[in-house]
Design a protein around this ligand. Structure first.
Ligand code: AHG
Ligand code: MN
Ligand code: MN
Length: 347
């Protein structure tokens, strides 16, 4: 039997026996499945887990430390920056800088990518894209927020510093992607292109433990998720689709944190949409930091991720670090249905 199959079987067996499998153990076992694995990706995923625990600690005690509230300035995109956005951004950068497993980071909170010097003369072959705190307008009112990350193998010469081309890769080139949801419990969900698994943080032992193995998104459900307040700002074909959702008595669920809305859809099914509006003619969400990593996870769970112009998100050729795109993702049959509406009414 191939080592890959053995590992899968033993992980499933242990999971079925209710044996605790920590994120670290899981990552190491999975690493053995890849012949080319050097341990670097393993290290990088572990570092992201560590940064997530640190950010989680601050999210949980945010009110106590008077860390809540806007700093008073705006980020690159004109959104109000919250203190915790900055904290999360700094913590993730610090953890990845100290680990030596990452050659550079592109973050929603930084205009330019950040090259990280090699530690001990060992150049890393990976770069990270991230939205350090997603849903930040929800922080002040104790509603769930998240972190989104994606990992690419760098394409520039590893003996020199990283270049923009290392980050401007298509979603199909992602080596791994995932998110952390700081919710009623904290959960880290990720994929290395071989299914999707979820790890819930057990605060008593300070470890992410395997809680959701091989997550499969339901083919359809009764939920749709978008900011319906912008209805009149949507294109006519999108309005017809929304009319259809509400005519068919579908239930609207919208938290306003993409990570939270997607997390619900991964487990209960549904479709998440952020179409173009007059304010955001190309959509609001960022291709590199939000739509590609989340689209990767959704596809790995059996879902679909397209733009409202009906291209597959992961196949888009990025043209800028902070590029925005429209998005429709979630249960495969629901994304297909939305596509059919747009095709019909834009014809
Ligand atoms: P961020 O906090 O990283 O800027 O992301 C907020 C995003 C996303 O999480 C959410 O789906 C969307 O903005 C909500 O936008 P609206 O308030 O326009 O609905
Ligand atoms: Mn975001
Ligand atoms: Mn953000």
């Amino acid at each position: 039997m191939k080592p890959e199959t053995q590992n899968h079987l033993s992980l499933t067996k242990l999971f079925m026996q209710n044996r605790i499998i920590t994120l670290d153990e899981f990552i190491i076992r999975r690493q053995q499945e890849h012949n080319f694995a050097t341990g670097e990706l393993t290290g990088l995923l572990r570092d992201i887990g560590v940064a997530a625990k640190i950010v989680n600690r601050e999210v949980n005690k945010a009110g106590l430390l008077n860390i809540l509230g806007a700093v008073g300035n705006e980020n690159l995109h004109g959104d109000t920056v919250q203190k915790l956005d900055i904290y999360a951004n700094e913590k993730f950068i610090e953890c990845l800088r100290n680990s030596g497993e990452c050659a550079g980071i592109a973050s929603e909170e930084n205009e330019e990518f950040i090259p990280l010097p090699p530690l001990h003369d060992k150049a890393s072959k990976y770069v990270v894209v991230m939205d350090p705190l997603d849903g930040s307008s929800n922080i002040d009112v104790n509603v769930s927020v998240g972190t989104i990350f994606g990992i690419y193998r760098r394409v520039s010469d590893p003996s020199g510093p990283v270049k923009q081309e290392d980050f401007l890769q298509k979603g199909t080139d992602l080596v791994a992607a995932g998110y952390v949801l700081y919710g009623t419990s904290t959960i880290l969900v990720y994929s290395t292109g071989n299914g999707v698994n979820g790890f819930t943080l057990d605060p008593t032992i300070g470890e992410f433990c395997l809680s959701h193995q091989n997550i499969q998104i339901p083919k359809r459900s009764n939920y749709y998720s978008l900011n319906q307040g912008y209805y009149l700002k949507f294109d006519i074909e999108m309005r017809r689709y929304i009319d259809h959702c509400s005519d068919s008595n579908m239930q609207l669920r919208y938290i306003g944190s993409m990570v939270s809305d997607i997390h619900r859809i991964l487990f209960q099914g549904g479709i998440f949409l952020y179409p173009n509006t007059r304010k955001y003619p190309k959509g609001k969400l960022r291709l590199l930091y939000e739509c590609n990593p989340i689209g990767f996870v959704v596809e790995q769970a059996g879902g679909k991720a397209i733009t409202c112009q009906l291209e597959r998100v992961l196949e888009l050729e990025p043209n800028g670090l902070h590029q925005r795109v429209t998005v429709a993702m979630g249960s495969p049959e629901m994304v297909d249905e939305m596509k059919a509406f747009v095709e019909k009414y834009s014809a």
